[in-house]
Design a protein around this ligand. Sequence first.
Ligand SMILES: O=P(O)(O)OP(=O)(O)OP(=O)(O)OC[C@H]1O[C@@H](n2cnc3c(O)ncnc32)[C@H](O)[C@@H]1O
Ligand SMILES: [Mg+2]
Length: 199
Amino acid sequence: MLKKLVLASNNAGKLREFSALLAPLGCQVIAQGELNVPEAEEPFHTFVENALAKARHASRLTGLPALADDSGLCVDALGGAPGVLSARFAGEPKSDARNNAALLAALDGKTPRSGHYYCVLVLVRHADDPQPIIADGVWRGQVLSAAQGDGGFGYDPLFQAQGESVSVAEMDAAAKNAVSHRGQAMRALAAKLAELGQA
Ligand SMILES: O=P(O)(O)OP(=O)(O)OP(=O)(O)OC[C@H]1O[C@@H](n2cnc3c(O)ncnc32)[C@H](O)[C@@H]1O
Ligand SMILES: [Mg+2]
């Protein structure tokens, strides 16, 4: 039974979404920043390796079970970019506004504008956990030609999910969580925990 876990993320947008998504687990959740955990390195080419590195890092420094999210936007006409580099597509320091501008510039004149958000979640029960619990989610859609709305975070003003008539930044938070890559991954993770008798 998980009583307490550290959320291995410094992204305020993700943390807001997780506060609703993790509520059903009924465990105490502490953001790593509150425990002075510095940002982990994310040197890998796959989302899952980066998520595992972030989870192990937070768990090692806090002694708590840790949940990490590695996610990004993968655009078909850009060969999957920004992908694992989504947070830093326009370089350092990380900036959603500059990333959005860089995405529009990269897609200028290109078709199709289709792509997907991807999210992988990794939960380790301790830093050297040999059996991390892993779940992922995919949310397909299109990159718009101009930003719309001011909700959400990251690329949300530029992303319109399949079946929606507004950008993700124009959806309310609960509606996004109900269908998003992160919402899907979180529900899959919760199901795995339940199967293992851990939640
Ligand atoms: O590593 P942490 O501390 O969790 O925070 P981060 O922002 O660096 O997170 P990632 O390394 O996983 O990079 C994810 C980037 O992908 C984008 N992204 C992921 N999920 C998104 C979502 O739901 N809406 C909009 N953009 C998203 C956004 O640019 C994020 O900064
Ligand atoms: Mg990151």
